[in-house]
Design a binder for this molecule. Structure first.
Ligand SMILES: NC(=O)C1=CN([C@@H]2O[C@H](COP(=O)(O)OP(=O)(O)OC[C@H]3O[C@@H](n4cnc5c(N)ncnc54)[C@H](O)[C@@H]3O)[C@@H](O)[C@H]2O)C=CC1
Ligand SMILES: O=C(O)[C@@H]1CCC=N1
Length: 284
């Protein structure tokens, strides 16, 4: 159990999908917010709302009166819909909002300027790029604030995301590269893990052993970088005996320009965030 004092603010999550769940699960488990102060709504799935209600004890309903009241009463309104649903989803709630409510967005690419336009007014905004590891308190979030965010709102927004991992405050345009590095980042690591597990199985390990060894290897490697403070390149050299197995493996990765592909993938994700932001800005 955490001994953190819970925030008193009410938080409404518009969208109750994967990333919303990772945030409210994380802040509840860390004792940063109490379930009664959290409300969530989605577009169509009552089963999903029932699941989040039963699992986390939060309030979640699509009943129009309770939905509207919960959004009106919220101190913080978190926008968690897919980019394609952002324009309509934001316009639907705009009439319920007051200019002193903090709007938090996790939507990739969506700029604060476009959010203001969809809302039809100037609101304090914290634009963020979290990742799904927030679920277990190991998230990595980039965050940027609009000019009208009060110091209190700023510290509450930071507390929410610091409760579920590390936070980097960045200029808004840098959120695109944050998306490329850490927003989409868990998927690159899972991709490598999938390949390591299937190679282990191909080599004769049971699925269970291949999975266990891979998971511990990734966990240990990340923890080594964090704990020793050594550069990943330095740690890699310590694994690599001259003319040994690791050298043979790294040579194959180099021949296939895997490092270059990973860098390009990160930059491509950032570029995609910019493209998505541009498409959203062009919507009316
Ligand atoms: N999944 C991830 O790793 C990350 C996602 N994001 C961003 O989070 C956002 C959501 O992504 P996911 O959680 O993966 O999607 P998801 O599909 O799991 O959840 C989206 C939710 O929004 C709801 N929704 C759609 N229109 C709505 C409306 N008009 N009113 C209320 N709810 C509405 C849907 O019913 C659903 O519950 C995206 O914009 C994405 O860019 C940001 C960081 C990481
Ligand atoms: O794939 C996406 O667009 C979202 C943003 C970062 C992670 N998932």
């Amino acid at each position: 159990m955490s001994h953190t004092t819970a925030l008193q603010q009410k938080i409404a999550f518009i969208g109750a999908g994967s990333i919303a769940e990772s945030i409210f699960r994380g802040i509840i488990e860390k004792g940063i917010a109490i379930p009664e102060n959290i409300f969530a709504v989605n577009r169509q799935s009552d089963e999903r709302l029932e699941y989040v209600r039963d699992t986390y004890g939060i309030r979640a309903t699509r009943h129009p009166q309770e939905r509207d009241r919960s959004i009106r009463e919220a101190d913080i309104v978190v926008l968690n819909m897919k980019p394609k649903d952002a324009a309509s989803g934001i316009a639907e709630i705009a009439h319920l909002l007051r200019p002193d409510q903090l709007i938090v967005s996790v939507i990739a690419g969506l700029s604060m300027e476009t959010i203001q336009r969809f809302l039809g007014g100037t609101f304090p905004i914290a634009r963020t790029m979290p990742n799904t590891s927030s679920t277990i308190g190991l998230g990595a979030t980039g965050i940027s604030f609009s000019g009208s965010v009060t110091p209190e709102q700023r510290s509450i927004a930071l507390a929410l995301f610091e409760a579920v991992g590390v936070v980097a405050v960045v200029d808004e345009h840098r959120l695109d590269i944050v998306t490329g590095v850490s927003g989409s980042g868990p998927a690159y690591i899972y991709y490598v893990m999938e390949a390591m597990i299937s190679a282990g199985v191909e080599g004769g390990l049971s699925e269970e052993s291949a999975r266990q060894l891979t998971v511990q290897t990734v966990l240990g490697a990340a923890q080594m970088v964090k704990t020793t403070n050594e550069l990943p390149g330095e740690l890699r050299r310590k694994v690599t005996s001259p003319n040994g197995t690791t050298q043979a493996a790294i040579e194959l990765l180099e021949e296939n320009r895997v490092a270059n592909s990973v860098s390009r993938a990160v930059l491509r994700a950032a570029e995609r965030a910019r493209e998505m932001g541009k498409a959203l800005a062009e919507q009316s």
